[in-house]
Design a protein around this ligand. Sequence first.
Ligand code: ADP
Ligand code: MG
Length: 451
Amino acid sequence: MMACKHLAPGTQCIVKRDHTKPKANELAFHKGDLITIMAACENKGWYRAKHNTTGEEGLISAFALREREAIRVDNKLSLMPWFHGKISGREAVQQLQPSEDGLFLVRESIRYPGDYVLCVSFNQDVIHYRVIYKDRMLSIEDSFFFHNLMDMIEHYTHQQGMICTKLVKAKKRHGAKSAELELAKAGWLLSMQQVTIEERIGEGEFGAVFRGEYMGQKVAVKNIKCDVTAQAFLAETAVMTTMQHKNLVRLLGVILQDGLYIVMEFMSKGDLVNFLRTRGRSVIETRQLLEFALNIAEGMDYLESKKLVHRDLAARNILISADNIAKVSDFGMAKVDPKQQDSAVLPIKWTAPEALKHNKFSTKSDVWSYGILLWEVFSYGRAPYPKMSLKEVSEGVEKGYRMAAPEECPPAVYTLMGSCWDVDPGKRPSFKKLKEKLVKELKGLQDAKLY
Ligand code: ADP
Ligand code: MG
């Protein structure tokens, strides 16, 4: 029962019913609205909450709330459910029956491969508009140009332009589920009006990362413009909706505009490599290094419990919060489909030998990467296998070569690294075991201080 469960501040909830005549102090809302929990009230079952669209604050009963749902990863969410791929004009006409003004789909031209055709039902007829691809932009008429099909469809939903009618209803490809509808239903769809975007703070492989604000809270926003990449990232996002842990970077929601915007909690101290390098040995104590290591092991233990393999665990993918908590980010490679691993993009120096050679990724290959990450942490952000080429590393490791301990690394920690680098994945420790060892090490440090 929803009402019995305690909702932590920051939790996003969906309202289950209308409440349009609030008493003093109460929040007004409509069914389907999104609100953010601010605090639990003394009066049990009531919360102080902020309405995500109106920005108003007030009291709300837990009975009116449900928490957001996780998006099922096997859900065939599509950013372009109206895209039917290579079908003929004739098939398109069949798809658009019975006719309905404004019903539309997009297909790839058979005659001009690579070109698209927008097909619109109007006046019992289907009209085909060729989409021209010029200078990396798409257009139907000469006055409007778009980065991708999503933007184009969005435009003609609002403006008729030279088309016969505004686009009203998408004809979905068989089996495709509209990402927009599913995300909205589950409570993860945010709108651009709710988010302000400030300066650029990072450049990812697939898009820029910005600092921003959402509901009075600092956030990080990643924008992926290319529609194909955005579609791939949607899977990553779906994974993130199912994962909630204090040591994983939290997803707040997504915006479907200019491709895809992923809104995450803001980690003000940036990535771990940079954090360690810019401060160094003189500023950061061993105790802090151990705490980071423990944070990460806890996050990974949680991922393990959810049977998710990260595949790209490295210090560059650990982010640090304002209060010095390390959190695992970048589920980008936590691929739902393990077959599609391109060996050209593997982070060789972090990847376990069996994963490199036989594509055998598992929690135990994540443990190997964790060992490398420990080495990075205790060497204050040095690149692993210094002065060795990728070829030397993969060949050396195969023959049993392992890195030496970083300078002043506690022997127990180096022993842990060694255990993560066992050739036999079965002999590597679990993240739970790693956690226990680190707790013990931290305790030892504390006891030593006392004497
Ligand atoms: P990629 O994995 O494609 O390189 P990232 O998601 O790691 O992209 O983002 C690139 C950079 O943006 C990071 O190194 C970090 O500096 C910054 N960044 C990413 N996410 C956040 C966040 N939630 N909070 C603060 N900074 C972030
Ligand atoms: Mg990254």
